[in-house]
Design a protein around this ligand. Structure first.
Ligand SMILES: N[C@@H](CCC(=O)N[C@@H](CS)C(=O)NCC(=O)O)C(=O)O
Length: 208
């Protein structure tokens, strides 16, 4: 089968989720660099692939796709390799719930309101950071309550839920407040140590 092409930047949390899925499946792919925040703006050709101007987008044998959740499910279903989605209806629903929850309530709070605000804004908006940390605390509480017994979020099987969560948590941990908060959620802290130890995580780390 032809190699898929993924468009995006190595700094992006969502691009990393898609790349981790490709890596875990053992799928060779080409990463075409696309800096979504480039001063010169988003190239017109990319808006053909993603009319909303976000990254990533995938192209495979003439098939074009955007939205990370759709991309990771496609990668799991279209290629050989270990299954990254549970067969059981309830576990599969839980997987979608965790990914949806991270998209809706985790990403902005943990990545932008806390990590990017602390690292890149001078001076940072402390109220925004405090609000982001409060939401992150709820996220970590809920992840703890939803986590099944076993090494991964859904138990014994590594799934798209783990791959969706890891890059968001990794970004959050760039700042001390993120590290201090995670330390209080032992099960998620230990889960993170496991996922961060995988080759798919190391191979998608941004090179400085
Ligand atoms: N719903 C999109 C979200 C992707 C997304 O927000 N990507 C970020 C980079 S991590 C982006 O493109 N941001 C550009 C912007 O906010 O203008 C998906 O699931 O792929």
């Amino acid at each position: 089968m032809a190699k898929p092409t993924l468009y995006g930047a190595d700094y992006s949390v969502y691009v990393r989720i898609a790349r981790m899925a490709l890596e875990e499946k053992g799928v060779g792919y080409e990463l075409v660099p696309l800096d979504i925040f480039a001063a010169e703006g988003i190239p017109a050709w990319y808006l053909e692939l993603h009319p909303f101007g976000r990254i990533p987008a995938l192209e495979h044998d003439g098939f074009r796709l955007f939205e990370t959740g759709a991309i990771t499910r496609y990668v799991d279903e279209a290629f050989d390799g270990p299954a990254l989605q549970p067969a059981d209806a309830r576990a599969r629903a839980r997987m979608s719930q965790i990914a949806g929850m991270l998209d809706a309530y985790g990403y902005r709070a943990m990545v932008w309101d806390v990590a990017v605000e602390r690292l890149e804004k001078m001076p940072p908006d402390e109220a925004l950071i405090a609000g982001g940390l409060a939401q992150a605390e709820t996220m970590l509480k809920v992840l703890t309550s939803l986590k099944a017994e076993g090494p991964w979020l859904l138990g014994e099987q590594l799934t798209l839920a783990d791959l969706h969560a890891a890059p968001i948590v990794a970004y959050f941990l760039k700042v001390a407040e993120g590290r201090d908060l995670l330390a209080r959620f032992v099960q998620i802290r230990d889960w993170y140590a496991r996922i961060a130890d995988r080759a798919s995580f190391a191979r998608t780390e941004k090179v400085a």
